[in-house]
Design a protein around this ligand. Structure first.
Ligand code: CP
Length: 298
């Protein structure tokens, strides 16, 4: 059976915990040599139709740490420019002998039709507003590292939740692990039909109850027209030193990145002791090693 990695909803709790355990094994690696045979002789294509720093680089590092060869495919320097369709591009990569494809695309439903047409695993590296499951996994890993467990944590998500695939994956995971989700953001960017979430108008009111606050960027690329006053946004929804003082002593804050200084977060607290932003990025390598081992390992 082909093991795609498209949505956290396809995995049960014990499967997710196993992926996290393997991420932990990779993170506590004393001798990297023992892991660099896991994907030896495998070729993995990294296909990004949207910009990326963290996801692309961490998947590529993860693949190389496991001994795989990485084929970087950039649509703008390819035959896409001559009219080749996405399907034909991916089918070409499969025909060339690629063993798995990591794909980022702006279309929420991009994987719906593709999965039945390929004999190699497809990995969702972010699909429109649908899900970003490898980000979801690294967020869970970061929470687990911090609190030693996931069940019954209380998290808050602040920002453009309606258009966020990061929030999409976290909501799926939260339901599985009974994580309480609270959300806050500009009225138009908050989903009103989301089940099992508590909606806050005021970030100051939401913050004191949280174990972890996840800040999100406004997904400007997914808006037809949005007039964002960045100063106003920062005043209402940005995390600054004053709001940090409202957080519980053991609580932390997250941001999937890329973050905008002095919009979602004050410049001077990006590397505050409560920040796990760069820790999330490091964890992205280990969780993506775990994902690649899952889809291509024995
Ligand atoms: N978090 C995230 O997906 O970042 P990139 O867009 O840089 O990959």
């Amino acid at each position: 059976m082909i093991k795609h990695f498209l949505s956290l909803s396809s995995f049960n709790n014990s499967q997710i915990l196993h992926l996290l355990k393997r991420a932990n094994d990779f993170s506590s690696l004393s001798n990297p040599i023992q892991f660099n045979q896991i994907l030896k002789n495998k070729f993995i294509a990294s296909v990004f139709y949207e910009p990326s720093t963290r996801t692309r680089c961490s998947f590529e590092i993860a693949a190389k740490k496991l001994g795989a060869e990485v084929i970087q495919f950039t649509p703008e320097n390819s035959s896409v420019k001559k009219g080749e369709t996405l399907y034909d591009t991916l089918k070409t990569l499969e025909s060339l002998g690629v063993d798995a494809i990591i794909l980022r695309h702006s279309d929420d439903k991009i994987f719906d039709e593709l999965t039945t047409k390929f004999k190699i695993p497809l990995i969702n590296a972010g699909a429109g507003r649908f899900e970003h499951p490898s980000q979801g996994l690294l967020d869970l890993f970061t929470l687990q590292q911090e609190f030693n467990q996931l069940n019954n944590l209380v998290i808050g998500i602040c920002g453009d939740i309606k258009h966020s695939r990061v929030a999409g994956s976290m909501m799926v995971a939260a339901e599985k692990f009974d994580i309480e989700v609270n959300i806050c953001g500009p009225t138009d960017l908050i989903p009103r039909n989301q089940k099992n979430v508590y909606i806050y108008d005021s970030l100051n009111e939401m913050i004191p109850k949280l174990d972890a606050l996840m800040l999100l960027r406004i997904q400007l690329e997914r808006h037809q027209s949005l007039e964002l006053n960045q100063d106003e946004y920062f005043k209402n929804y940005g995390l600054d030193k004053q709001r940090l003082n409202l957080m519980k002593p053991q609580s932390i804050f997250l941001h999937p990145g890329p973050f905008n200084r002095n919009v979602e977060i004050a410049d001077d607290i990006v590397e505050h002791p409560k920040s796990r932003i760069f820790k999330q990025m490091s964890n992205g390598v280990y969780t993506r090693m775990s994902i690649l081992e899952y889809v291509l390992g024995d």
